[in-house]
Write a protein that binds this ligand. Structure first.
Ligand code: NAD
Length: 482
């Protein structure tokens, strides 16, 4: 099936001030299933970016005034997204590569987040209300938010910023990845039907010598930067934001360990463990990226995971039954290829996959590697792809120490027949979330998600994520009458 067949839902410009704004320049967007350019995306000029920020700035004061208007608008946004699921999913699969069902799930998750924040209370806290005086603490919106997103979950991760930022009373300029600009433009086109003009603007452009994202971060109208992407870019964003004391939230890379405790029933956990690593082709910040298993069970786990890996249907995302699509882009595909080759050259054994698929596009066979140790790049670095190292340990303490010996600390998981025992080990793991007998099980609208160490600063989701889009203001004075 040709992915380009039904792409009539594309937007032919930026979304600024509630309008579609055509640009002078454009850039090609590649379908990762073919490796060919299938559409053009608008390239925002400095004037376009200025216009988007001015639109957000002008919309800010009226938008922050009425909380009930914002709650109602977020519900309407959720309904509008759901109604546009097919249009959004088709564009997302064409530019991102994931199976259509997974693209539709992104839309559903986005709608869930919008509804969660529509319902969440953000009330002032009254600290004193007596005959001596009155004092309350309020959470005020910051102003214009610059939101920058990566290519792995363009819709979900944009809405993780849009929903709480709007709920708190901010306005936004969103900048998606140049690999996946189109679905985010469609998202904004859908939402401009239900949101006041200017509260949500989307600009797209290329990286390279003068990335649009860098221009957004540097702009004086931006009061808060909410960034999701690699640790390397996140450090640049934080440095640039510092010159203007902008607030930042950084959701960055991870190298998540899964620790399988001795005696865990391998056949039982293998499918869940597999999908914790290979969902979205391993292109999830919080995917399992290395597995530590007791040496007595290493072979059983490797065999079980390899069997699943060999059974996975890898195909174009539009093909019914495809479980995994291609990787999103050529540099990422080459990186995974290189990491596996490097591991094999150092003695790692390929139990499944181990190579790109012999077809156009950026397809790679789901890969299980073992006879591999810490110190190999595939173990120490973030692979962000479908290649999982399974590492044997003899002592649990040693496995925990190796899991923690990383600059990253996003999420982790501990697996055991005994959840209490797993919980004891979870207490020792240095990560923003540690799940038991599942990986990423705490990614929910109502729980904070954020990384330790190089995995980020601040959190998204829950009331804590909402607070990140606010600043405290105290109003204090004499006792209030009545
Ligand atoms: P990336 O850092 O290359 O790009 C992310 C975004 O930053 C893109 O929109 C890009 O255009 C923009 N950008 C590039 N240079 C910039 C600059 N100088 N200033 C501002 N913005 C700039 O990341 P990626 O390759 O798109 O995404 C993959 C990475 O994202 C992985 O490391 C993954 O772990 C991470 N990620 C983290 C989370 C999380 O929540 N922690 C979620 C998803 C992905």
């Amino acid at each position: 099936m040709n992915t380009t067949a039904s792409l009539d839902g594309l937007v032919n410009g930026l979304v600024i001030g509630g309008e579609i704004v055509e640009t002078k320049q454009s850039f090609g967007v590649i379908n990762p299933a073919t490796g060919e350019v299938f559409a053009q995306a608008p390239a925002a000029s400095p004037e376009d970016l200025e216009a988007a920020l001015r639109a957000a700035d002008e919309a800010f004061v009226p938008w922050r005034e009425d909380e009930q208007v914002r709650r109602t608008a977020l519900h309407a946004a959720a309904d509008a997204l759901e109604a546009a699921t097919d249009r959004l999913a088709t564009v997302l699969t064409a530019e991102q590569g994931k199976p259509l069902a997974d693209s539709a799930t992104e839309v559903a998750v986005a709608a869930m987040w919008l509804r969660y924040y529509a319902e969440l209370d953000l009330k002032p806290e009254v600290v004193q209300d007596d005959d001596q005086g009155y004092a309350e603490v309020q959470r005020r919106p910051l102003g214009v938010v610059g939101a920058i997103t990566p290519w792995n979950f363009p819709l979900t991760l944009a809405v993780w910023k849009i929903a709480p930022a709007l709920r708190a009373g901010n306005t936004l300029v969103v900048k998606p990845s140049p690999y996946t600009p189109l679905a985010t433009l469609v998202l904004a086109d859908v939402l401009r039907q239900v949101l006041p003009a200017g509260v949500l603007n989307v600009v797209t452009g290329e990286d390279g010598a003068d990335p649009l994202g860098a221009r957004l971060v540097e702009h004086p109208l931006v009061r808060k930067v909410s960034f999701t992407g690699s640790t390397a870019t996140g450090k640049r964003v934080m440095a640039a934001a510092a010159t203007d004391l902008k607030r930042v939230t950084l959701e960055l890379g991870g190298n998540d360990p899964a620790i399988v405790l001795p005696g865990t029933p391998i056949e039982q956990i293998a499918p869940t463990l597999f999908w914790g690593a290979f969902g979205n082709n391993g292109q999830i910040c919080l995917a399992t990226k290395r597995v530590y298993v007791h040496s007595s069970q290493r072979d059983a786990l490797v065999d079980a995971l390899a069997q699943i890996a060999d059974s996975i249907v890898v195909d174009e995302g539009t093909v019914p039954g495809a479980q995994l699509g291609p990787l999103n882009n050529e540099p990422q595909w080459k990186r995974v290829t290189g990491l596996v080759e490097d591991a094999v050259s150092r003695g790692a054994r390929v139990a499944a996959g181990g190579r790109p698929l012999d077809r156009p596009g950026y397809f790679y066979a789901p890969t299980i590697l073992t006879d591999i140790e810490d110190g190999t790049a595939l173990v120490d670095e973030e692979q962000f792809g479908p290649a999982l190292p399974v590492i044997a340990y003899d002592e649990v303490d040693d496995a925990v120490a190796r899991a923690n010996r990383s600059n990253y600390g996003l999420t982790a998981s501990v697996w055991s027949e005994d959840p209490n025992e797993a919980a004891k080990i979870a207490e020792q793991v240095d990560a923003g979330q540690v799940s038991i007998n599942v990986h990423g099980g705490a990614v929910r609208p109502d729980l904070p998600f954020g990384g330790h160490k190089w995995s980020g600063i601040g959190v998204e989701n829950g009331p804590w994520g909402l607070y990140g889009f606010t600043e405290l203001r105290v109003i204090a004075g004499p006792p209030r009458r009545g």
